[in-house]
Design a protein around this ligand. Structure first.
Ligand SMILES: [Zn+2]
Length: 419
């Protein structure tokens, strides 16, 4: 082979190598792209849905018949969030006091749940303490009086509606109750179940969000033996089935989209609703209530979703929460340190005004109490989120262990009346 032939052969071999490399490269790029797309696809398919919601999700709402010529919005939605008892026991005060500023700051207590509360439009709880002013002196059980800063912290956390009808409404007498209402008025927080005057009771409590109107009612079984001042029944609403039914009817006549009734009832520390609770709640649903927000037992009780009908005969769902438990308190043990937030989606069909409860989610919360110095500190923690994240700097492995088993037990309890 001469030099020329040799070099042309080398050239040819080089060309074959370059060509093969090019071919291999193109093939590699093709395979790589395809497999990465495929693996993306699989990841998307297998990523578990967030499991915050362990409660019945009602079947998807039937898609409305949309007239093809009108592409405008057919629905409006809003979120209702309910929380349980807001207690103000004496040990809760000193750890929240800022001596240098001579004021309380309860904001840190709610910091871990505020992001959830802020996703709501109608955000309510049961305020189980008067806010009667500094001059009266702050006190815990049995005759409560909490600082104004507690109401401010509730507002900061996202609450805009508070039920003030409970067995502690009159702990600081008529003046204490009037002062509580004035404080809430100043903060622009709606209150329900108590009134400043007879004239005010005749004014319905209706809150509107996103074009959905909610009529609110609240009643208590009693006021711990403290008599409601003579001639002033408007001060605190007592449970009276006929009265509640007529109040519901009046709200329906006013055309509200959703009716929420807060009931302060049941047996303290009983994890199961009494027959009396069940009968009353179900009767009120029959009368037109959409959500019954029960409180007082200081422990979580199960919920029920009941099928009912609108006055026009259309099927709808109603939610009965027998007891929301303690949202914040100093009570410990036997699940008294737990509460549950309910998050309910309200969906209104704009042409018919038919409004229904769609997603219902229960979010158990735990009051974490700890003692960094001589005073207790408190934080309300969303249990499932804390268990998932496993990175709370203030919780020890034993806390997680306890939370995990309590969470499972509470979940079973909550769902025990599920049909
Ligand atoms: Zn109570």
């Amino acid at each position: 082979m001469n030099k020329r032939n040799k070099s042309s052969l080398t050239k040819r071999i080089m060309m074959i190598i370059v060509f093969s490399l090019g071919l291999f490269g193109a093939f590699y790029v093709f395979i790589f792209n395809t497999s990465s797309k495929l693996s993306d696809h699989i990841t998307m398919q297998t990523t578990p849905q967030p499991t915050e919601q362990f409660i019945t999700t009602p079947p998807p709402t039937p898609t409305p018949v949309v007239p093809s010529a009108t592409p405008k919005l057919q629905y409006t939605e809003a979120v209702w969030i309910g929380a349980g008892d807001i207690m103000s026991h004496k040990p809760q005060l000193p750890g929240s006091y800022i001596a240098a500023e001579q004021r309380y700051n309860f904001d840190p207590i709610f910091a871990n749940v505020a992001p959830i509360l802020k996703t709501g439009d109608f955000v309510m709880a049961n305020l189980e303490t008067p806010i009667a002013g500094k001059d009266v002196g702050y006190s815990g059980y049995p005759l409560f009086n909490a600082p104004d800063e507690l109401a401010e912290a509730l507002k900061h956390a996202g609450f805009n509606i508070l039920s003030t009808a409970n067995n502690h409404s009159l702990d600081q007498g008529e003046q204490g109750l009037l002062q509580t209402m004035k404080t809430l008025d100043k903060l622009d927080v709606h209150y329900v179940g108590t009134a400043l005057s007879d004239e005010m009771t005749k004014k319905q409590v209706i809150v509107e969000k996103n074009n959905i109107t909610m009529g609110l009612l609240a009643y208590t079984y009693g006021t711990n033996g403290i008599a409601i001042p003579a001639g002033k029944p408007y001060l605190v609403n007592l449970i009276d089935e006929q009265k509640i039914k007529s109040d519901i009817t009046q709200l329906k006549d006013a055309g509200v989209d959703i009716i929420t009734v807060a009931l302060h009832f049941g047996i303290e520390y009983d994890p199961i609703p009494s027959e009396e609770q069940k009968q009353l709640a179900r009767k009120l649903v029959d009368a037109g209530a959409d959500i019954i927000a029960g409180s007082h037992p200081h422990v979580i009780q199960p919920y029920e979703v009941i099928e009912t009908f609108t006055s026009a005969g259309k099927k709808k769902k109603a939610l009965i929460i027998y007891s929301l438990g303690n949202f914040i308190s100093n009570q410990r043990g036997d699940t008294k340190d737990y509460g549950v937030l309910y998050k309910v989606n309200l969906k209104k069909e704009l042409t018919s005004n038919f409004t229904e409860l769609t997603d219902i989610t229960a979010i158990p919360t735990w009051v974490h109490r700890y003692k960094p110095d001589q005073y207790y500190r408190y934080r309300i923690l969303p249990v499932e989120q804390v268990l998932q994240q496993q990175q709370d700097p203030l919780l020890a492995p034993n806390d997680y262990k306890q939370l995990k088993s309590d969470f499972a037990m509470l979940k079973t309890r909550l769902e025990s009346m599920k049909q």
